[in-house]
Write a protein that binds this ligand. Sequence first.
Ligand code: F6R
Length: 253
Amino acid sequence: MRIYKAKDKAEVSRKAANIISAQIILKPDSVLGLATGDSPIGTYEQLIDWYNKGDLDFSQITAVNLDEYQGLGPDDEQSYAYFMRKHLFDHVNIDPVNCFIEDGLAEEPQAECIRYTELIRGIGGIDLQLLGIGPNAHIGFNEPGEALEKDTHLVKLNESTIRANSRFFDSEDDVPKFAYTMGIKAIMQARCIVLVANGEAKADAMYKCVCGTISAEAPASFLQLHNNVFIVADEAALSKVETRIPIDKEVTI
Ligand code: F6R
């Protein structure tokens, strides 16, 4: 694990965008695994900025998103498909036919899970997976539990996740209760993983991710077993990690 300590959210975004840019420049036809939520927005803004300056070309990129709420179609403003168009895809020259996400309106959830798992396998897996982290240490919507599911599955969201995500909805009741998520296997098989985190609210989760026991109770802890992970987080998010691992600017553990 390489851990970068940033002074603030802007620096987190710039550093993460830097790593993603290097991936795109070195392999223009990369498969990028992408995330939604608050954490990656600044990273996407930075990538758009560099694209506008002529430094990045997304024309050969394939994107596969981590997760999608069940019951929301791509034109629903709360859907993750909509989020990705709004925050990245509509602003760069990525080909929409190469942008994939679970179908929140699929009539047969089981078939949808199989379709998405096979789609990821069919495109050769993921070169670089961008992740946020939930306050309960979830990655994608792989929630803490007794065991982790390896393939794409439908998950009942935890109360704490529903509460955390209600900030994007009018009320907690409006947050869908189920979501599709990529399984832990596709995430762990990504050739590179970049996890971004900001703020005090992520300090416990970051401690579990970096220093905790590897357990399904803290899905992000499995990243300790991956050999090419970049953690890019601000001082507040790393505050508990630093009680165990002093980090000047960056450290490899
Ligand atoms: C989103 C996703 C989630 C979020 C996590 C953190 O696609 O997979 O795991 O990354 O819930 O969300 P934010 O960044 O909003 O704090």
